[in-house]
Write a protein of this length. Structure first.
Lengths: 253, 531
């Protein structure tokens, strides 16, 4: 199993839309894919028309009285399942802290039994720096970081790269990509060009700011599913082909 | 996406031949929005396979070949649909497949021991098209799927290719995490008039639609007779049942599908001969004398092929016994046997296509039907029970007398003769099985079988040894026998001599067990228990 996590300290940067569309494309490629909506707001769950509710809440999952397996819901799409959000996830930091001797490794540990069932797991992480995000970074193989093209976001990426570099043992690969890009803004284009030249691991494909992507919340489906030939869908597909393991080897089916 | 076998229903034919009926849709609309699945599902081709004598079915298994765009797979499941094994195969032929030609894999490994030496035949072919509907909840989320399957089946066993349409099959497939919704959909469907829970597997439903029954062939003798059946009627029924087997096997013999068609054919012929000889007194005399000759002819024309089949079937185990010679040494013998078989087969085929054979089957059936359906003429005709008692007792007494006279110095012919008498008794016990107490019958048959095995080993070893000699002569004459092959054949002949001596040494004990005081008591109990 390969674990991808979308993460940014800031909210509203296109983190959930990326997780939802990339997970959809992974499933479409034939990978058995699970998306875990860790954000108590439940935006990803909403987009798949699945109620943001888990029996027993986050507590039961973290304490292990309920397994992740039992909370998983099938989406409307082949090979794609979702572990819904729950409003109790807002207290997950407290739960994680009280749970174990290794509070930063708990999510990785919970995911282990699902390794045989899925090829790809996507974690949609709530914004902030917290025990939850630290857990996610320890669990992930690839950290997907959406960046809005501003000078500040460059600093954010550097901080994150430095933080991850300080991990002992397993370190996720950090892959940044530009999100909500306005092609008409000259500043956006300059920042993109500079950062792609200066930093390793920045994807070549930017995700544009498009009203069709915002329409996802009306359609309640990934844009890659309801408008597969649109510019938006093509951008996600190009991004996926950059980060998908298929670009290094053949897909499963 | 779909879990096969989950909550299946069939639409009774009376409910209408159209697509998913309005009543079912209306019922589901109470709880769900029904939407068509975006991706269409193409035609799905399957072939169910089994041996002629239904060995897989009788073992509680179902085997199907499922065709995919490229290649396909073999699926083995239990009768209730539980998967047992699966194996990808590149293709599957329409002709019979012999066990030695099965592709290696988990399915092949599992079934080869069950079916050997019978061929796997296509029984029914099915083409199905499925329509998938999504059942949505109030949020527009798919919470279950309804699969409507239209299946056309074709009989693969008969040349006419009978086709039938199965009742429309509906199944509810669960979406992960929404088991309650699938249950709800199923209970709504169950309440629709004309929709019934599927009680049969698709294979059985297909056979039923084609007017066939599973396990509709067996080489056994299971004629419908009771103790009170008039003896002539019982014997006619018995012989008609044997004639059925003969006729059902002819096609497989002529197409040379596998060796067991001829074997079953010959057993039915031998049983018919024994029945004519031992029970024929209740039939018109001119009938029995004519058909005794005809069935002898049928036995004789089929013997050479069967002898060659026995050699070939046992070839590998024979090779495995070689100590001095190597297996390659015997290959010329195998080639010789196969050549000879091809030649003999042409003779056999000619005999089975002859007017003489047709006359046997047609006229014999007419004559037997006449006896079976004739109004009782003689007022005091014996019953089947009386005939069974008389003939079985007579056959047993004959064995006791002749076997008791055999000493270590007796010639081999005395044992060969006893073998024939034992076989006659065995057939009588089989013919009258419905009249006997099953436990008492099993005890007598068990001991008799042990004695028959011993006598069979004794005679077969001798016959095979003589055949090996004759084959060696024939191969020499055709210059088809390298020295190494002859030496290996000599080794086989020596082994056969040893087996025969062992069987001879074992005879006294086996005979005493069957025909001694305890054995006689078992037969007395058996015959005394008849009503």
């Amino acid at each position: 199993v390969k674990i991808f996590a979308t993460y940014n300290i800031k909210g509203g940067v296109g983190k959930t839309t990326a997780a939802v569309n990339l997970a959809y494309l992974s499933a479409e490629d034939g990978y058995r894919t699970l998306l875990w909506d860790l954000d108590p707001q439940g935006a990803a769950s909403f987009l798949f028309r699945i109620k943001p509710r888990v029996k027993g809440g986050g507590k039961a999952l973290i304490r292990g009285t309920k397994t992740l397996d039992g909370a998983i819901k099938g989406t409307d799409f082949d090979h794609l399942d979702l572990l819904p959000a729950d409003f109790t996830y807002r207290n997950m930091d407290l739960l994680l802290d009280g749970a174990d001797k290794k509070p930063t490794r708990k999510i990785a540990q919970l995911l282990r039994p699902l390794a045989a069932e899925y090829d790809h797991v996507f974690l949609d992480c709530p914004p902030s720096i917290s025990l939850v995000s630290e857990n996610v970074m320890h669990a992930a193989d690839v950290l997907l970081v959406p960046l809005i093209p501003t000078t500040l976001s460059v600093r954010t990426l550097d901080q994150l790269t430095e933080f991850v570099a300080g991990f002992n043992g397993h370190r996720p690969e950090v892959r940044a990509f530009f999100s909500m890009v306005d092609r008409r803004k000259k500043l956006h284009q300059e920042i993109i060009k500079d950062l792609q030249a200066e930093r390793a691991g920045v994807a070549a494909t930017p995700i544009p700011s498009l009203s069709l992507i915002e329409r996802m919340s009306v359609e309640r489906a990934p844009v890659t599913a309801f408008a597969p030939r649109s510019v938006a869908a093509r951008a996600y597909r190009a991004l996926w082909s950059e980060i998908s393991p298929a670009s290094h080897g053949p897909a499963r089916s | 996406v779909t879990t096969p076998g989950l909550r299946e229903f069939v639409l009774e034919p009376a409910a209408g031949a159209g697509d998913l009926p309005a009543a079912a849709l209306a019922a589901l609309a109470e709880a769900f929005t029904v939407a068509a699945e975006r991706s269409g599902v193409g035609a799905h081709r399957r072939t169910w396979l089994d041996t002629f004598d239904w060995r897989l079915y009788r073992a509680g298994l179902t085997l199907e070949f499922e065709q995919a765009r490229r290649g396909g797979r073999l699926l083995l499941s239990k009768a209730d649909g539980t998967p047992q094994a699966e194996q990808p195969v590149t293709s599957w032929p329409r002709r019979p497949v012999l066990p030695e030609d099965l592709p290696d894999g988990p399915v092949g490994d599992r079934i080869i021991v069950l079916i050997r030496p019978r061929a796997l035949l296509p029984i029914v072919r099915a083409v199905s098209t499925a329509t998938v509907s999504r059942l949505l909840n109030a949020d527009g989320k798919t919470v279950a799927r309804l699969v409507t399957e239209r299946v056309t089946v074709t009989s693969a066993a008969t040349a006419d290719g009978t086709t039938a349409e199965l009742p429309l099959r509906l199944s509810v497939a669960e979406v992960r995490g929404y088991p309650g919704q699938a249950r709800r959909a199923a209970s709504l469907l169950a309440g629709v008039p004309g929709v019934a829970a599927a009680s049969q597997s698709e294979f059985i439903a297909a056979l039923t639609a084609l007017g066939r029954h599973p396990a509709d062939y067996s080489s056994g003798v299971d004629a419908e007779i009771t103790a009170a059946t008039p003896a002539s009627v019982a014997v006619a029924r018995l012989l008609l049942r044997l004639l059925d087997t003969i006729e059902r096997c002819v096609d497989g013999v002529l197409r040379d599908v596998d060796t067991e068609f001829l074997h079953d054919f010959r057993v039915a012929v031998r049983r018919s001969r024994s029945a004519i000889k031992l029970l024929g007194e209740v039939l018109p005399a001119e009938l029995t004398s004519h058909y005794a000759t005809e069935f002898k002819w049928l036995g004789d024309v089929t013997t050479p092929i069967r002898d060659l089949d026995v050699h070939l079937l046992g070839f590998d185990s024979m090779v495995g016994q070689l100590v001095a010679a190597s297996s390659a040494d015997l290959e010329p013998l195998r080639a010789f046997l196969l050549r000879r078989r091809a030649r003999e087969f042409r003779r056999l085929a000619a005999a089975l296509r002859s007017a003489r054979f047709r006359a046997i089957t047609d006229d014999w059936r007419k004559a037997l039907l006449h006896v079976r359906d004739a109004p009782p003429k003689r007022r005091r005709e014996p019953t089947a029970a009386a005939l069974a008692l008389l003939t079985t007792e007579r056959a047993f007494r004959r064995i006791v007398k002749r076997g008791g006279a055999i000493t270590p110095d007796s010639p081999p012919e005395s044992l060969h003769d006893l073998r024939k008498r034992a076989k006659e008794l065995r057939y009588l016990l089989e013919f009258f099985t419905p009249l006997h107490d099953p436990v008492a019958n099993r005890k007598v048959v068990g001991d008799l079988k042990q004695l028959q095995d011993c006598l069979g080993e004794f005679q077969d070893s001798q016959v095979q040894r003589e055949e090996i000699h004759a084959l060696a002569d024939a191969m020499m004459a055709e210059r088809a026998a390298p020295a190494a092959t002859l030496l290996a054949m000599g080794e086989i002949a020596a082994k056969l001599t040893l087996s025969q001596a062992e069987a001879r040494a074992d005879f006294a004990r086996r005979f005493a067990r069957f025909a001694g005081p305890a054995g006689q008591e078992r037969v007395r109990v058996l015959l005394g228990s008849d009503q």
